[in-house]
Design a protein around this ligand. Structure first.
Ligand code: ATP
Ligand code: MG
Length: 651
């Protein structure tokens, strides 16, 4: 088998930064020059400029024991103090850190001074419960300010948080608690979602019955949903009884740069989630650097909003650590995009005059499905930078995002990275890079990537291959919790000292990088290796289509055949009456746009696609369906009933 992936879809649109934007941009070409001339020197400068060190480091990178890297190894810092106290000390205590919007419409704004106080109180409570450096704390909370407070309080003590997405089941929570041997769980009674309260504390109780490790000594409960909860005396404590009355005096102690900061499990798109370990100094440096430069952050004037849940890596790096290290003002929203009405997000943008918005292609495509009239009811003119993360963004979705949400002229950055990379790795820099819809474009300054074939040789021309990161980077994962062997095997075995990301990619003639989808999802049709991302983008470019997922299914004549699952736009769903004809039209469309080889054998029109809880398409389940197999493990699926519905539509 060859790793080469044929590339077929042409995208020729280009957008140059406007001179006005470029003139005020935070980033400039000199970052690339400096990083190219002295990569480690560049990162050392960023670490000194963006982070406050209690003990300055003298050593930048120790890579003598690959794949275990040490960055800024002899430096010491407190991560939470970097996100809080230092801004207050510098005179920015009155700046709003968080504009929080609850789903039912309640709201709260916290300044840096208030957030710092809250974290100090919480740190005192945690210390009182015996939490100290190195202890693990599981956090299972809705998107409320206490989620941020809890993470920072744990970090302040040098302990390790493991945030578990509030939508996960008791089983998933139990296995994560056991894996990390958490001593404390921080949760809420419940949170709001789609107009209803969903229970959290009862799930924790259930999880603790299932957990076999018996590591948990206490449960700290925030009151949010007002739902009834059971209580275990001696173990359970209310946040408002303890944190509110605790002292707001707390001196942050400095810890080693390599002190573990958190464990976070991957989204589980391709299989069983991995407990990814991140540490302090390098992680914070790259999170802050990318947040500042990729989003063109002007902390005095910008209002930033990243829509990711804190249960995902995007919520860690771009809701908590990057923005707060940079002293940004941000919006935090508890609920779903369509509660109580489908314009909720745009109402929030208007209300807080959000200027930087960072979200996922799945959200953008679901807004496309509903139509532009919904965002058009709101004033979105405050927006000046748009970001995307999580999956390849189809060029059509990129254009829609830029035009309908961004008003047609503001930069859109497509950011490629992973839980493992800790921070953005590939992205345009607004004001610097000419933008290309659909391409993640270039490694950020200080990052080195390559595209290799199966034998580890760089692929030539515009051929697709395997994306690797060729040099260690500050926010790289330091391991898989408790499983160094799996760490080596998963990422390092294939290419030795190069990190294997598991994604396919190609470079175009300008050297810009295009993500082609997961390597495991690449299809082999009559000896041609085709990318899921390209065929999906072609389908989404058809005026009828809102979303598409493509898989390769075993085929007697071609080895594999392309099978597509398509969701139509709401405005088209009524017009398309003949499903067979619509499928035929979409098959023809792909053949014309890409070539006969990519023509899907079947196009199924469906109402939903199987997605993980972070919104990514789970193609392996569709492959099971397309090959007539029993559908595999659905435990990381957001809605397990979706596969049953799709199966019925397809049969
Ligand atoms: P698991 O590793 O458990 O299967 P996951 O890979 O979905 O889960 P994450 O770390 O949340 O978990 O996602 C990282 C992956 O998301 C990347 O490897 C890539 O496939 C995809 N991705 C993220 N951003 C982009 C992007 N801008 N363009 C293309 N793909 C992206
Ligand atoms: Mg992954």
């Amino acid at each position: 088998m060859t790793a080469q992936i044929d590339h077929a879809l042409e995208e020729i649109r280009r957008f140059r930064p406007s001179p006005e934007f470029a003139a005020q941009a935070v980033a400039d070409e000199s970052l690339y020059r400096r990083a190219a001339e002295d990569r480690l020197g560049f990162w050392a400068e960023q670490a000194r400029e963006l982070i406050q060190w209690e003990t300055p480091f003298t050593e930048v990178l120790d890579w003598t024991n690959p794949p275990f890297a040490r960055w800024f190894g002899d430096g010491r810092l407190n991560v939470a103090a970097n996100c809080l106290d230092r801004h207050v000390d510098a005179g920015y205590g009155d700046r709003v850190a968080i504009h929080w919007e609850g789903e039912p419409g309640d709201s709260r704004s916290l300044t840096y001074a208030q957030l710092t106080d809250e974290v100090k109180r919480a740190a005192n409570v945690l210390a009182g419960l015996g939490i100290a450096q190195g202890d693990r704390v599981a956090i299972y909370l809705p998107m409320i300010p206490e989620a941020v407070v809890a993470m920072l309080a744990v970090a302040r003590l040098g302990a390790i948080h493991s945030v578990v997405f509030g939508g996960f089941s008791a089983d998933s929570l139990a296995s994560r608690i056991d894996d990390a041997e958490a001593k404390l769980v921080i949760t809420a009674d419940g949170g709001y979602r789609k107009g209803k309260v969903f229970p959290l504390k009862p799930v924790v109780d259930d999880a603790l019955d299932r957990a076999t490790g018996g590591s948990v000594q206490n449960v700290l409960v925030v009151q949010r949903g007002g739902n009834e909860v059971g209580w275990t005396e001696g173990r359970d404590q209310w946040w408002h009884d303890t944190v509110a009355t605790a002292s707001a005096e707390h001196t942050a102690e400095a810890f080693d740069a390599e002190n573990p900061l958190f464990i976070l499990y991957t989204s589980g798109t391709t299989g069983k989630p991995k407990g990814i370990l991140h540490t302090s100094g390098g992680y914070l440096t790259q999170a802050a650097f990318t947040h500042k430069n990729v989003f063109d952050l002007h902390p005095e004037t910008d209002v930033y909003w990243c829509t990711a849940d804190v249960g995902w890596i995007t919520g860690h790096s771009y809701v908590v650590y990057g923005p707060l290290a940079n002293g940004a003002t941000q919006v935090l929203y508890e609920g779903t995009p369509d509660s109580p009405h489908p314009g909720r997000w745009w109402e929030i943008v208007e209300k807080y005059r959000v200027s930087i918005l960072y979200t996922a292609p799945t959200a953008i495509r679901s807004f496309m499905k509903l139509g532009r009239q919904i965002p058009h009811e709101f004033n979105l003119r405050s927006l000046r930078v748009l970001g995307s993360v999580g999956e390849p963004i189809n060029p059509e979705a990129w254009i829609w995002y830029r035009h309908v949400i961004g008003g047609g002229s503001i930069p859109v950055v497509d950011t490629w990275w992973q839980t493992e990379t800790g921070a953005i790795m590939i992205s345009a820099l607004p004001g610097v890079t000419d933008l290309k819809p659909g391409s993640a474009q270039v490694p950020v300054p200080g990052i080195s990537v390559d595209i290799l074939d199966d034998d580890g040789k760089p692929v030539g021309g515009e051929d697709g291959g395997l994306l690797v990161i060729t040099e260690p980077w500050p926010s790289m994962l330091r391991g898989i919790w408790g499983d160094p062997e799996r760490f080596r095997e998963t990422y390092w075995e294939k290419f030795g000292d190069k990190y294997f990301a598991g994604d396919g990619a190609r470079r175009d003639e300008d050297g810009d990088i295009w993500l082609l989808g997961r390597v495991d999802d690449v299809m082999n049709v009559s000896g041609h290796r085709l990318s899921t991302a390209e065929i999906e983008s072609s389908l989404v470019a058809h005026p009828w289509t809102a979303e598409a997922a493509v898989v390769g299914a075993a085929d007697e004549t071609t080895g594999q055949a392309v099978v597509a699952f398509v969701i139509l736009k709401a405005s088209q769903a009524d017009r398309v009456t003949d499903v067979a004809e619509a499928s035929e039209e979409l098959r023809r469309h792909v053949a014309t746009q890409i070539g006969a080889i990519a023509r899907p054998r079947q196009v199924f029109i469906v109402n939903e696609l199987p997605k993980t809880r972070s919104g990514k398409i789970m193609r392996r389940l569709l492959r099971d369906l397309a090959e007539g197999r029993q559908v595999g493990d659905t435990t990381t699926l957001a809605d397990t009933s979706v596969m049953t519905a799709i199966t019925e539509q397809v049969r």
